[in-house]
Design a protein around this ligand. Structure first.
Ligand code: MOS
Length: 693
């Protein structure tokens, strides 16, 4: 007889951390209780490029409650300065507006902030450049783009194929500068205990923070402890430590052993926590009259900071999405005097599926066929890029299932066909994809604490994704016990090494380590382990990744209403159908998909960091003017998935779900807006003025 265990993988288990979070009992970094803390407020550059000539801290030093003011003149010297984003206060140079140039330490946050306003700085300003344009003459090809992908690819002769094609789409699409805005701001509490640095940090990876900071401070990684039991979102912006962690740890070297607390303000997050580069995407598609693609070209222009390169992999999804004999992609980057871009939910795929998926909608119309049928027609047999078979590619099933649920068959054949009570109404579709990866270098430890109870340790971080719950379920399944018998311990470098909660790799990578540890535990101790029995397990690479192309797929459907007189746009319905391998917890998975789709809705309608190039500054750097979706914007939104186990995705059978929900969502909404109004908008966001042609 098989024993049915409760709460194991695949079951609809409530969030283990849910009750504590709702009751306010789950401590976030800033809330961690420390004795006698000091509070930090930073000094930030008010020019975009140049150098500090004088910095007068006299008044600030004398202000009430101030303990210290630190500038480049007296800050501790860092051991490692290779990373220019992190090498702060080491010289008078200024690389972008908002960059850290010092810090005030005081007895209260208010005293620190008030004193920071008293510091007088004189600069020598140099001309700066902060505007991304396609006609810049300094665009360059980076050596590679984010996640190690090649900068350019080419198969066949796409220019000739498109020139000879019966139907051509040749258009430019843009996505704006966007900022990650997790609910919890970036926060660090730093304390030096002897020669050891202890950080309570709001991060997506405790071990990555330790590994990055160790060379900066010239100490062994083991001398840094990073603790992050609860994190209020990150969306990639907490995937790598930014300069505030260095600033806080540096300040704690000047505090006579007192801990230092620093939480970025919402405004500061628009300068110092990464962002998504704006993109200018030239898409060319060539097809025969039936819609069969012969050529695909995706050329992307984007930006990085002059002080540090981050090149978003925007053209990468066009390499594998559809079959066409002739294909080319490229990335060209401008170095600007702006903050350093970084990861934002689905870097690459998210912006990179906007241009091409709107272009597919344009091609469908030009060929006179349904946009779903166009995608089905161009479905590749194998990965066009690598030549490998797909481990699992169910895009067509997602499109078909979505069409059935969404009522696609009732769609008006022509755009601008439906005007009800002053609102033009239309529907749109787009495909979605995201790669499935397992990161190596994850270890888990299992201990039999007392009869029937196991502690499971790994340095993973739950950034709101549900990792506390999902990893508990994976451990219970692997050990053959109930979820209630597992005492999961995560979010601390004292636990075995784990990789970042990023790239939709957390559950698959940490889960593989937990499964390996459970296997080792059972191999060594059997079904009747003694109390105190323990084992460790490490997950290596997924061997199937050598043979197969591993990607998730999805279909995004949107219904949009645009007011005929005002251009106001509302998304009345969204449906996402996803194929992501095995779903470990339907409750938390649904939240992940809906969260991604909601962020996609924000990308479509709201998000837009407005750069004023004269000042090199994002002018709408707060929530009053940088808009993200609120409850009122999210109406009827549904996410479903195919029942599936990906046998090539390791023992877990899962492919990761954190990012695919945002991919394609903005294109589906833009396509729906076109169907509603007959007005094709190729530049995000889709604000009301665009529909008042
Ligand atoms: Mo995610 S943007 O890879 O942290």
């Amino acid at each position: 007889m098989t024993v049915q265990h409760t709460g194991t993988a695949g079951q609809d288990l409530e969030r283990i951390d849910g009750v504590a979070k709702v009751r306010g009992l789950a401590p976030y970094a800033y809330e961690h209780q420390v004795d006698n803390p000091l509070y930090l407020h930073p000094l930030q550059a008010t020019i975009s490029r140049g150098r500090i000539e004088t910095i007068d801290t006299t008044q600030a030093q004398a202000a009430p409650g101030v303990v210290a003011v630190m500038t480049h003149l007296d800050a501790p010297r860092l051991a490692g300065t290779d990373d220019a984003e992190l090498a702060i206060l080491q010289s008078p140079a200024v690389g972008f507006r908002g960059q850290f140039i010092g810090a005030v330490l005081a007895e209260t946050p208010e005293a620190a902030r008030a004193a920071a306003a008293l510091v007088r700085v004189e600069y020598t300003e140099e001309p700066h450049e902060a505007e991304l344009r396609a006609d810049r003459d300094d665009l360059y090809a980076p050596e590679q783009v984010n996640a190690g992908f090649p900068t350019d690819t080419r198969d066949g002769d796409p220019e000739s194929a498109i020139a000879a094609a019966q139907v051509v789409v040749d258009q430019t699409y843009t996505t704006p500068f966007e900022h990650n805005n997790p609910m919890e701001p970036h926060t660090t509490v730093a304390q030096w205990v002897g020669d050891e640095l202890v950080l309570h940090d709001s991060t997506q990876g405790v071990h990555p923070v330790r590994q990055t900071l160790a060379p900066v401070f010239g100490i062994a990684p083991e001398k840094i402890r990073v603790i992050a039991p609860n994190v209020g979102g990150g969306f990639g912006s907490k995937g790598v430590p930014h300069a505030h962690v260095v600033l806080t740890a540096m300040a704690a070297q000047r505090s006579n052993g007192r801990p230092v607390k620093y939480a970025l303000t919402r405004q500061q997050m628009f300068f110092l926590a990464g962002y998504r580069t704006p993109t200018i995407q030239h898409v060319r598609l060539g097809a025969d009259a039936s819609g069969q693609l012969s050529g695909i070209i995706h050329d992307v222009i984007e930006q990085t900071s002059r002080i540090k390169e981050f090149a978003e992999q925007t053209a990468v999804p066009a390499r594998m999405m559809y079959a066409a004999e002739n294909r080319a992609t490229s990335h060209r980057v401008a170095k600007l005097d702006v903050p350093v871009p970084s990861w934002m939910r689905a870097p690459g795929e998210c912006p990179g599926m906007f241009g091409p998926e709107v272009a597919m909608d344009e091609l469908a119309e030009a060929c006179g066929i349904d946009p779903i049928e166009l995608r089905v027609l161009n479905e590749p047999d194998i990965d066009p890029e690598s030549g490998k078979p797909f481990a699992s590619r169910h895009l067509v099933e997602c499109l078909r299932e979505g069409a059935r649920r969404f009522g696609w068959a009732d769609r008006d054949p022509q755009p601008r066909s439906r005007l009800v009570d002053g609102w033009y109404t239309g529907t749109g579709v787009a495909s979605s994809t995201y790669p499935a990866r397992r990161q190596t270098g994850n270890t888990a430890r299992i201990r039999h604490d007392r009869a029937g109870r196991y502690s499971v340790q790994i340095g993973a971080v739950d950034i709101g994704t549900g990792a506390w719950t999902a990893l508990t379920q994976i451990a219970a399944e692997a050990l053959g016990c109930n979820a209630a018998d597992i005492d999961l311990q995560i979010g601390d470098t004292d636990f075995p090494v784990a990789t970042v909660a990023g790239g939709s790799t957390g559950t698959t990578s940490w889960g593989a380590a937990i499964i390996a540890a459970a296997q080792a535990f059972r191999d060594r101790h059997g079904d009747q382990p003694a109390v105190g029995a323990h084992a460790e397990g490490e997950a290596g690479e997924n061997p199937a990744a050598q043979e197969y192309a591993l990607h998730s797929f999805g279909a995004q459907f949107a219904e949009v209403q645009v007011h005929a007189d005002t251009g106001e746009i509302r998304v009345s319905r969204m449906l996402g159908v996803f194929s992501a391998g095995r779903i470990i917890n339907p409750r938390t998975a649904r939240s992940q998909f809906l969260g991604g789709m909601t962020m996609g809705l924000g990308m479509a309608l709201h998000e837009n960091s407005v750069m004023d190039p004269r000042f090199g500054m994002i002018v709408n750097h707060d929530f009053a003017e940088y808009h993200i979706p609120t409850n009122a914007d999210v109406r009827d939104m549904e996410a479903v998935w195919l029942d599936e186990v990906d046998e090539h995705a390791g023992k877990l059978g899962a492919r990761g779900i954190g990012e695919i929900g945002i991919v394609g969502a903005a294109a589906a909404i833009a396509n729906a807006a076109y169907h509603a109004t007959g007005i094709r908008v190729r530049d995000l966001p889709l604000t009301a003025d665009r529909f008042l042609a």
